[in-house]
Write a protein that binds this ligand. Structure first.
Ligand code: VGL
Ligand code: ZN
Length: 205
């Protein structure tokens, strides 16, 4: 049994979106091809209420990229993005969603961000992903999506911490790269945590 986890392949994370990831749309055809090679596909959605605490617009005098303390946690401020039920929060229009059997929503609490698909950034609340995967007997998880250096990375690190044998499909991800080298450092961190970094060719062969 092989399970593929699609992380935040949403309109706001591709060129033209509010928090555009360079070439974020380029992964979509690859992700669609990959889905046929899996028994199970699960997806996460970044799903913020309007006025979320991670938005610069929620903090007068602050701007995008500033780092603040939000309820005791360090928080980078982002543009308004992935607002619940807005077009920006929808899956990319070319993403094949027919195989997705479960969507996990994260970032719903206005007071805390959630980069990982498993837990919020303070590990205060679980999203239900771990429980879902356990109920399905999933042991091995393949991860792809956006963005490599934020939600993909933290999802992978939590997957490893939860004991999943975890594979990152490197070319089916793109990163924000706020600072040069962020993606490379994210890959190193995931590898150091025990993640297998693979390419889509290994699965499509
Ligand atoms: C993400 C920043 C803010 C992501 C989500 O999906 O990587 N990044 N919210
Ligand atoms: Zn977000």
């Amino acid at each position: 049994m092989k399970t593929l986890l699609l992380v935040d392949i949403q309109n706001d994370f591709v060129p033209g979106g509010a928090l555009a990831v360079k070439e974020g749309d380029k992964i979509v055809p690859l992700v669609n091809a990959l889905q046929n090679r899996f028994d199970r596909v699960v997806a996460t959605k970044d799903w913020h209420p309007a006025g979320h605490g991670s938005f610069a617009s929620s903090h007068p005098g602050r701007k995008v990229g500033d780092i603040i303390e939000l309820n005791g946690l360090s928080q980078i401020l982002w543009p308004d993005h992935c607002i619940q039920n807005s077009p920006g929060a929808e899956f990319h229009p070319h993403l094949d969603t027919t195989h997705i059997e479960k969507v996990i929503f994260k970032g719903t609490d206005p007071g805390i961000d959630s980069y990982s698909g498993f837990y919020d950034n303070g590990r205060r609340k679980a999203t239900g992903l771990k429980q879902y995967l356990d109920a399905k007997g999933v042991k091995r998880l393949y991860v792809c999506g956006l963005a490599t250096d934020y939600c993909v990375k933290f999802t992978v690190l939590d997957a490893l911490a939860e004991g999943f044998e975890t594979y990152l499909i490197e070319d089916a991800c793109r990163g924000v790269e706020l600072n040069r080298g962020d993606v490379a450092r994210a890959l190193d961190e995931m590898k150091a945590g025990g993640c297998h970094i693979i390419s889509s060719a290994e699965l499509l062969a």
